[in-house]
Ligand binder design. Structure first.
Ligand SMILES: Cc1cc2nc3c(=O)[nH]c(=O)nc-3n(C[C@H](O)[C@H](O)[C@H](O)COP(=O)(O)O)c2cc1C
Length: 143
């Protein structure tokens, strides 16, 4: 199934997750939402993810979810977030993802992320704090 993985990142964790997802999902491609927003008509499945600051996913992804909500809901849709305070995951999701997307998504999952004092993260440590088992579990929920 042709899959778009579109992400927003500031320190790179969400980009690493997008790359790991694309390795696990056949016929997928990744796009940084601030660089390109590929034509959704070209995809049957869309995965939308971003990092979190101040208890919200990044604004370019929040804006994208709002603007594209109706079109996204015609696809198989799933969302992920990268953050360092797992106890806040539910409130971040409610504050960041429109209700219709929350209801329509097949899965919404947090993959961990970098603690603020790890940033900037050296190239050798790009996967630190990222829960790769969660990423595999997320992929298993897709059709
Ligand atoms: C300035 C700053 C603020 C942050 N605020 C939060 C926060 O409010 N809640 C949280 O769970 N994580 C917070 N984090 C951790 C980030 O969500 C984490 O570093 C994540 O990996 C960011 O995603 P990115 O690397 O794709 O940009 C913060 C990190 C920084 C550097």
């Amino acid at each position: 199934m042709k899959t778009l993985i579109i992400y927003g990142t500031k320190s790179g964790a969400s980009e690493e997750c997008a790359k790991l997802l694309s390795q696990l999902i056949e016929d997928s491609r990744i796009a940084n939402v601030e660089v390109e927003q590929p034509e959704l008509a070209d995809f049957e499945r869309v995965i939308v993810g971003a990092g979190v600051r101040n208890d919200k996913m990044y604004k370019p992804i929040r804006d994208y979810l709002k603007k594209q909500e109706a079109h996204l809901l015609t696809k198989e849709l799933a969302c992920f977030l990268c953050h360092s305070k797992p106890k806040t995951t539910e409130e971040v999701i409610v504050a960041s993802i429109p209700e219709g997307v929350r209801q329509g998504a097949v899965e919404i999952m947090a993959f961990g992320g970098y603690k603020p004092n790890w940033v900037p993260v050296s190239p050798a440590n790009k996967l630190k704090g990222i829960d790769q088992e969660k990423i595999a579990e997320f992929v298993s929920k897709l059709s």
